[in-house]
Design a protein around this ligand. Structure first.
Ligand SMILES: NC(=O)c1ccc[n+]([C@@H]2O[C@H](COP(=O)([O-])OP(=O)(O)OC[C@H]3O[C@@H](n4cnc5c(N)ncnc54)[C@H](O)[C@@H]3O)[C@@H](O)[C@H]2O)c1
Length: 248
């Protein structure tokens, strides 16, 4: 376990997708590291995080006006934030490109990619005021591995990497920008409504050299590291966290 303590500098971090499995774990770890956290998500707050350093905003990350209101509310608390994490993502439908409608494509793209673009644009003024700002965006191993029926999601997650690399060059040396690309993670993301997984979990685990699907905290801990000064010389990078399932 790396030890990160934000208290000395009163660090504020914004997590978009804070109600996600990975987001909940990240917010908990950030609070344990004494950061102040603003959690944003489209759903009603379902968190068990009870801390005076945690503020939740129910907001649609795709609606600029709603997001601008949140930025204004945050500005009333602090003039700068040192971290922005973008975790929104969905696989709307499992279909081949041939079967995917434009509407389905756009839905997956909007949630999995454009929400990130939107949040980055709106929070940049606050990030620019920090002396050690860092952005972490969520990609996926599927962005790298060709796999049928994941077209919209995989290309959206690939776009996240391109966006992050572009930002890393445009915002250097003031703001670092990195991505994390997990393999399968044990959150509700991989389960269907009937409680079964969207893929054969046992077969997947059999293929993973480390022999298991990731726990959310194994992903959030890497995000925490990328946000920290321990990663002060890392930008434009994508960290794969997949138990060795994909080696690149
Ligand atoms: N779980 C995995 O196997 C896995 C693997 C690789 C990448 N990821 C990525 O990790 C991130 C977090 O996912 P998770 O595993 O914690 O799953 P999750 O299902 O708990 O989280 C999904 C997140 O996307 C948000 N979201 C869903 N629909 C939305 C909409 N219509 N508008 C706005 N936001 C919406 C949810 O509110 C939530 O914050 C996602 O970007 C996902 O693509 C997950």
């Amino acid at each position: 376990m790396i030890h990160i303590d934000y208290r000395a500098n009163e660090m504020y971090v914004v997590v978009v997708g804070a109600n996600s499995g990975i987001g909940q774990s990240l917010c908990k770890q950030l609070l344990e590291a004494n950061a102040s956290v603003f959690g944003l998500d489209i759903q009603e707050e379902s968190t068990t995080l009870k801390s005076e350093n945690y503020t939740y905003f129910q907001v649609n990350p795709l609606i600029e006006k709603e997001m601008k209101n949140v930025v204004e509310e945050i500005k009333n608390v602090t003039p700068c934030i040192c971290g922005l994490v973008n975790l929104s993502g969905t696989i709307d439908r499992f279909k081949s490109i041939e079967e995917t409608t434009l509407k389905e494509w756009n839905t997956t793209y909007d949630i999995s990619f454009k929400s990130c673009f939107n949040a980055v644009k709106l929070f940049l003024p606050l990030l620019k005021k920090s002396s050690c700002a860092s952005i972490v965006n969520m990609s996926s191993g599927l962005a790298f591995a060709g796999q049928k029926n994941y077209g919209a999601y995989a290309t959206a997650k690939n776009a996240i990497i391109s966006l992050s690399r572009t930002l890393a060059t445009e915002l250097a040396p003031t703001i670092r920008v990195n991505t994390v690309a997990p393999g399968a993670v044990d959150t509700k993301f991989i389960y269907k409504e009937d409680g079964t997984t969207r893929f054969d979990k046992k077969s997947y685990e059999h293929l993973v050299p480390l022999g298991a699907i990731a726990k959310p905290q194994e992903i959030s801990h890497v995000i925490l590291f990328l946000l920290s000064q321990g990663a002060s010389h890392i930008t434009g990078h994508c960290i794969h966290v997949n138990g060795g399932a994909l080696m690149s």
